[in-house]
Design a protein around this ligand. Structure first.
Ligand SMILES: Cc1cc2nc3c(=O)[nH]c(=O)nc-3n(C[C@H](O)[C@H](O)[C@H](O)COP(=O)(O)OP(=O)(O)OC[C@H]3O[C@@H](n4cnc5c(N)ncnc54)[C@H](O)[C@@H]3O)c2cc1C
Length: 337
């Protein structure tokens, strides 16, 4: 374990924003993680946990220790109808999805090409194209920073919701996820409920899609629609899609008949944050190097040398305008450091 000091964080987040971490360490075992936390506690300095930095906006230099999780490893147990996979928190999410698909195991294929680590996936219950990681989730292991003990956290205890879990709320800063277990189907039924996926498969003349077809379709859609952080700094969707009650929905749709919306099982309606932002005229906006992507209004971008505070300020202007124009609150999806 090698603790470094005054480390530029630009290479460690997908926004690519320059900011200096006072101290920085990569840990590849649970024991190293324990030592890193003990080091911070002994120095009476705060610490933060980092995966691949694809859901973080750094707005200033970071005091204390950043612990980058590099705990690797994957195992599988195959039974008649399911395969249980157990993955280290530092594993790359997409490579786990790809590995599952190559083995013919179904359940994660709609979540292909989401950047980041396995350990961060339960944090905001990553989701895309009609699926969330919670649909295959069994349990995870996490180190309690107070006791140093690794505990198992069950699915119920995780309290997963739309881009939500207990790790974003009550257990924030309390538990560091070290590994995650998923159960996948060995005779999978694919989920093509999402219109884009169905259309992509149709355009490729796939009649009876298999897991690998859905994986390929999702990869193709994402490569076409989403900006690649290696080309332009971004952290994917900056805001969550807002969920409103029936009365609010009825008023909005009466005033804006073309507004996209998705009825939820509990009687609420999910609105498309990208549409709301686009209607306010933000798509393609740029001020210095901070901007809004020109094809995807939900994605804020760093054109080169933006600083985090510029992007944060831009995000707040967008929130205010959406509130003024539609009376709807946009909640940030990304983590601000
Ligand atoms: C181009 C692009 C597209 C994206 N598309 C999607 C999408 O379709 N759906 C979606 O849900 N997300 C999407 N995201 C967001 C992002 O990929 C996910 O949130 C991902 O899970 C973040 O993983 P990470 O390792 O980069 O986490 P980081 O950004 O490093 O960390 C995110 C948060 O999790 C915490 N954390 C990280 N690892 C651990 C751990 N082991 N234990 C405890 N806490 C931890 C961090 O402290 C931080 O608060 C996208 C991002 C980009 C850049």
């Amino acid at each position: 374990m090698h603790i470094q000091h005054n480390v530029d964080l630009a290479p460690f987040t997908t926004f690519g924003i320059h900011a200096v971490a006072e101290s920085f360490v990569e840990v590849s075992t649970i024991e190293e993680l324990r030592k890193a936390i003990a080091w911070a506690q002994a120095a009476n300095t705060p610490f933060k946990v980092l995966g691949s930095g694809s859901n973080i906006l750094v707005t200033d230099d970071v005091a204390g220790l950043i612990i980058r999780i590099r705990i690797m490893g994957r195992t599988s147990t195959v039974e008649a109808s399911s395969a249980t996979i157990h993955c280290g928190a530092g594993e790359n999410w997409h490579s786990i999805v790809q590995w599952s698909v190559e083995n013919g195991w179904g359940g994660l294929e709609n979540l292909a090409l989401i950047p980041g680590t396995v350990g961060a996936a339960p944090m905001q219950n990553i989701g895309a194209y009609g699926t969330e990681q919670s649909s295959c989730f069994v349990e995870l292991q996490a180190l309690d920073v107070t006791t140093g003990i690794v505990a198992t956290v069950t699915k119920d205890e995780c309290a997963f919701g739309y881009r939500e879990s207990i790790f974003k709320r009550d257990l924030r800063h309390q538990m560091v996820i070290t590994s995650v277990t998923y159960r996948l189907a060995t005779a999978p039924v694919v989920n093509v409920s999402y219109r884009d996926v169905a259309e992509e498969l149709h355009s490729c003349a796939v009649i009876e899609p298999q897991v690998a077809d859905v994986f390929d379709a999702v990869v193709a859609i994402r490569q076409r629609k989403l900006p690649d952080p290696r080309v332009i700094g971004n952290a994917g969707s900056f805001f969550k899609n807002p969920v409103v009650d029936l009365d609010t929905y009825a008023q909005l749709v009466a005033a804006h008949p073309t507004m996209p919306s998705y009825a939820q099982a509990d009687g609420t309606y999910k609105l498309a944050a990208a549409w709301l932002i686009d209607q306010c005229g933000w798509k393609g906006y740029r001020s210095g190097d901070a901007g809004v992507h020109d094809r995807q209004a939900l994605v804020l971008v760093n054109h080169g040398n933006a600083v985090g505070s510029q992007l944060l300020e831009l995000s707040m202007r967008i929130q205010h305008q959406v509130q003024d124009q539609f009376g709807v609150d946009l909640e940030r999806e990304i983590n601000v450091w």
